[in-house]
Write a protein that binds this ligand. Structure first.
Ligand code: AMP
Length: 211
């Protein structure tokens, strides 16, 4: 499967990607995870991305396309991939279309998780993330077994810098302005599948009906 996951921050793209990955061996490619790892490692890429990320703004299309042009050529992409958090602007979507045409590859669909704003804000303010492996928790619905400690790798669980209320408001505004237009872009390409939920079963049913 080659799928784009669309939807605001907190819609459940990462969780759905992990479930789909377990199903058929596709690889999850999260530009947010790649950038956070670069920031943590203090690389040039991380230094360029850090301030925009902290504020909840987007990093430049050039930086993102530089990452993705390399990433999509790696061997593990041959089995299929789930693009989580990319593309996020029309220029990124156009650049991806051109890149895939060059590689002779086709997307199966763009899956939109269409989740109400109140649900998103509640989820993001209660979300916690493992500082090491990126496992996602929620203080209400999915707490770790031991408070503050990741069940998977034992590292510290933290609230992301961009999950303060101010940064969340900004990320949602950025989503509405810059990323939401991709829904129409992929509808026009005949690739859009839209579901009003992030529950796994209906999402899988919608994808399977499309494949
Ligand atoms: P995410 O984990 O997908 O919410 O991404 C976290 C942050 O990384 C975003 O708020 C942006 O600052 C940056 N980012 C991730 N993916 C992209 C992208 N495709 N284009 C621009 N910025 C991105």
């Amino acid at each position: 499967m080659k799928i784009i996951l669309l939807g605001p921050p907190g819609a459940g793209k990462g969780t759905i990607a992990k479930a789909l990955m377990a199903q058929d061996g596709s690889v999850q490619i999260s530009t947010g995870d790649i950038l956070r790892a670069a920031v943590a490692a203090g690389t040039e890429l991380g230094k360029k991305a850090e301030a925009a990320m902290k504020a909840g703004d987007l990093v430049t299309d050039e930086l993102i396309m530089g990452i993705m042009e390399e990433r999509l050529l790696e061997d593990d992409c041959k089995q299929g991939y789930l693009l989580d958090g990319f593309p996020r602007t029309i220029p990124q979507a156009e650049a991806l279309r051109a890149l895939l045409a060059r590689l002779g590859e086709k997307l199966d669909c763009a899956l939109e998780l269409d989740i109400p704003r109140e649900v998103i804000i509640d989820r993001l303010t209660t979300r916690r993330t493992c500082s090491n492996c990126g496992e996602i928790y929620n203080v209400k619905s999915k707490p770790p077994k031991v408070e503050g400690v990741c069940d998977v790798c034992g590292s510290e669980i933290v609230q992301r810098d961009d999950e303060t209320e101010e940064a969340i408001e900004n990320r949602l505004e950025v989503y509405n302005e810059q990323t939401a237009p991709l829904v129409d872009f992929y509808r026009n390409e005949g690739l859009l599948v839209s579901v009003p939920t992030s529950d796994l079963e209906p999402v899988l049913a919608a994808i399977n009906s499309r494949l």
